[in-house]
Design a protein around this ligand. Structure first.
Ligand SMILES: *[C@@H]1O[C@H](CO)[C@@H](O)[C@H](O)[C@H]1NC(C)=O
Ligand SMILES: *[C@@H]1O[C@H](CO)[C@@H](O)[C@H](O)[C@H]1NC(C)=O
Ligand SMILES: *[C@@H]1O[C@H](CO)[C@@H](O)[C@H](O)[C@H]1NC(C)=O
Length: 371
């Protein structure tokens, strides 16, 4: 009798263990995103920092269904490009912020977001916000996650999961121009004096170091976004007082120059890092296309911020409880003076996940994941 009961107990334990294993394996099969970058993809890290760069007040997040419209720290009205891309790829959850206390244990296997509003490729970028996570620190934090993944899965399985099932997305660089190089105040004097050529060389050199560090930590499937047409954001259009159908040329020129060198860097890394695939997400051309043909994509304006205040394009004061908000958020390309709306993010993510080589090359994210 006693032995019958213990056999039953052993069986029950075995069944429970099998089902835990199955759940775990099911999750792992769906893959995960490890997200690095700035406010374009921050899913809430800055909520945990003493910083002036925050999106933790209404009406930010008003269309984010999972929070019931409460702010999450995302700098948009709904989901970011990273959230939507993960969803389109069938991942089980949006990558949670690394700094959230409950982003721990097996949650790490569903992806992690290290991105931070105000962050840049250079350590000094975003200093005016007091605090933010730059790219170097984001990679340091991934190194911590990496160790925990070994503990969770064992070394061999962790490596297999990272190299086969994990996508590493990097969306960074805008702040290096907007909140560093182009700043009128001489808070970063050495940068302002530097030539664009040298500044861009510094950006590419550090980006190469950080991408290579991720590679040494077993990242293989990369998608790196180029810098968008930052001369077309409502903030730049407002302070430079350009017409509705115009953009500010210097920021766009700098972005294009950087993007050319980024393309070369990714080609070089594809040649030199065995087993790695670096995809370029051509956010510049994508956003430019949305802005140029906004009516074709169902938008009413590509120059006015939906949420913000100041000047002709509501482009001076960031979105918050006291700023005005447009009536129909889905017909604005821009949510606030700096960031695209969820409606725009949805289009961008679709092209990056399933689009052709005009917007994502050499292959799109869906193909990258099946490699
Ligand atoms: C972590 O906590 C936040 C609330 O602070 C909650 O919204 C989120 O769902 C939690 N995440 C997990 C994986 O439990
Ligand atoms: C940036 O900061 C990190 C520490 O977080 C440091 O290791 C690195 O050397 C710094 N890079 C530069 C170029 O100063
Ligand atoms: C990760 O952290 C360990 C120390 O814990 C260090 O030896 C290693 O160089 C780090 N790797 C990277 C790529 O930074």
């Amino acid at each position: 009798m006693a032995s019958g009961r213990s056999n039953f107990a052993v069986m029950a334990v075995a069944v429970v263990m099998l089902s835990v294993f199955a759940v775990c394996r099911g999750d792992l099969e769906k893959g995960a995103s490890y997200v690095f970058g700035d406010s374009l993809v921050d899913s809430g890290n800055n909520n945990y920092l003493q910083t002036l760069s925050k999106a933790d007040t209404r009406p930010n997040g008003i269309d984010f269904k999972a929070s019931g419209g409460a702010p999450t720290g995302r700098f948009t009205n709904g989901r970011t490009i990273a959230d939507i891309s993960g969803e389109l790829l069938g991942q089980i959850s949006y990558a949670p912020p690394f700094l959230a206390p409950n982003t721990s244990g097996s949650v790490l296997l569903n992806g992690v977001n290290y991105a931070s509003g105000g962050g840049g490729i250079l350590n000094g970028t975003g200093r005016l916000f007091v605090n933010r996570l730059g790219l170097d620190i984001q990679v340091d934090y991934f190194n911590q996650t990496r160790k925990q993944m070994d503990d969770l899965l064992g070394k061999a399985k962790a490596k297999q999961f990272l190299t086969k099932k994990s996508i590493f997305s990097i969306t960074i660089g805008s702040n290096d121009f907007l909140n560093n190089y182009l700043l009128p105040v001489v808070s970063t004097g050495t940068r302002v004096a530097e030539s664009p050529d040298n500044f861009i060389k510094d950006l590419i050199a550090n980006l190469k170091i950080q991408l290579t560090r991720l590679y040494t930590l077993d990242a293989r499937k990369f998608v790196v976004a180029n810098v968008g047409p930052i001369g077309c954001i409502p903030y730049q259009k407002t302070i430079n007082k350009v017409a509705e159908n115009e953009c500010v040329s210097l920021p766009n020129q700098l972005a294009k120059q950087y993007n050319g060198q980024l393309r070369e860097l990714l080609a070089e890394l594809n040649d030199n890092l065995p087993g790695a695939k670096f995809c370029l997400a051509n956010v510049y051309d994508l956003v430019y296309e949305l802005i140029n043909n906004y009516e074709h994509y169902g938008f009413k304006t590509a120059s006015h911020a939906c949420c913000g205040n100041g000047g002709r394009y509501a482009g001076l004061i960031p979105c918050g409880p006291r700023t005005s908000m447009c009536e129909d958020r889905s017909n604005h390309v821009f949510w606030d003076p700096y960031h695209p709306s969820e409606a725009a993010n949805l289009l961008l993510a679709k092209y990056i996940v399933d689009g052709d080589t005009k917007y994502v090359s050499p292959i799109n994210l869906r193909k990258l994941l099946t490699l």
